[in-house]
Design a protein around this ligand. Structure first.
Ligand code: NJP
Length: 278
């Protein structure tokens, strides 16, 4: 029971990678604080976590609202006076060429993925530096290493988080606080339901499960890694990008286009009218 009695906060805990990570951590029976905007969804995850024998509580907060983030950490500090791990994970993406993204979509990506993640880190760091102990884990993306057409703003937010994480890591070392960024490739979660991408994630063969990411987040807690790329092919793309940026962008956008092609092809209908003879 390596994490038993540790206080662990997870943002974006109501679905996808956050939920899967809560369930992975739960096996060690820590005290989990599950956070996102939806109380209803969090309650469902809490029941799943408790069924595994861990303690859990829900604390809603919209990470784009700095007062709500501040209140979240005030509550945690008052109740526990410590925070061992924060999995700073809430995020979203809208996928389209820059001219087709709405101003609202752009602002939302920057607010949640950059401002939200920075504020969560800022308040977590106040508790951790005081206690001279802690681990901040942030979800960036494979898109934090590469560039893909149609993902420009999302990519910008995730590169920002890699740079932010690297810098905070340098600052936090003196306070015995670790900082890690996680960089997944495509993951089968609700992310793609709201992303407006023409991608059927179920058909994207290379997509991994949120449980595979959760396993790497869990393992990261026991190491002091700067970056964790998952799956292994994500590492390969990141390395290749250094030397062949255009090729990697082309390959990845081609994979997405192939999925679109299969989508467009209605397999229930014949491609030609077999009764028609010339
Ligand atoms: O997506 P999803 P993922 N304030 O939609 C929460 C990154 N990533 O698990 O507020 C607070 O299932 C939302 O909760 P709710 C991605 O960028 C993904 O895939 O209740 N919370 C939900 O719990 C993100 O950073 C892929 O609606 C807010 C959670 O965020 C992280 O993985 C690939 C919020 C989103 O869960 C988790 O995304 C990759 C707000 N304002 C990186 N807005 C991928 N799926 O392929 C949203 O490289 N949430």
């Amino acid at each position: 029971m390596k994490l038993q009695d540790k206080i662990i906060l997870i943002t974006g805990a109501s679905s996808g990678i956050g939920r899967a990570t809560a369930l992975r951590f739960a096996q060690d029976k820590p005290h989990l604080i599950l956070s996102s905007r939806s109380q209803e969804k969090l309650e469902k995850v809490k029941i799943e976590v408790e069924a595994l024998g861990a303690n859990a509580e829900t604390m809603t907060a919209d990470v784009t609202n700095t007062n709500e983030v501040k209140d979240l950490f005030l509550k945690i500090n008052k109740k526990y006076n410590k925070l061992d791990v924060v999995f700073n994970n809430a995020g979203l993406g809208y996928i389209a060429e820059i001219e087709d993204l709405t101003t609202e979509q752009i602002e939302k990506m920057v607010d949640v993925n950059v401002k939200g993640m920075i504020m969560v880190t800022k308040y977590a760091s106040e508790i951790m530096t005081r206690n001279q102990e802690g681990h901040i884990i942030m979800t960036s993306s494979l898109a934090g290493y590469i560039t893909i057409p149609q993902w420009s703003v999302y990519t910008a937010t995730k590169w920002a988080i890699r740079a932010f994480g690297d810098t905070v890591r340098q600052e936090m070392k003196q306070y015995n606080t670790k900082v890690t960024t996680i960089h997944p490739g495509a993951v089968k979660t609700e992310f793609f339901d709201q992303s407006k991408a023409d991608i059927d994630i179920a058909k994207l063969g290379s997509a991994i499960t949120p449980e595979e990411v959760a396993e790497q987040v869990y393992k990261a807690v026991f190491t002091d890694k700067k970056h964790v790329l998952v799956p292994k092919s994500a590492s390969l793309y990141a390395k290749l990008y250094k030397y062949f940026p255009g090729l990697v962008g082309w390959l990845l956008s081609r994979m997405a286009n192939e999925v679109e092609y299969h989508e467009d092809l209605n397999e229930d209908e014949p491609e030609f009218d077999s009764n028609h003879t010339n």
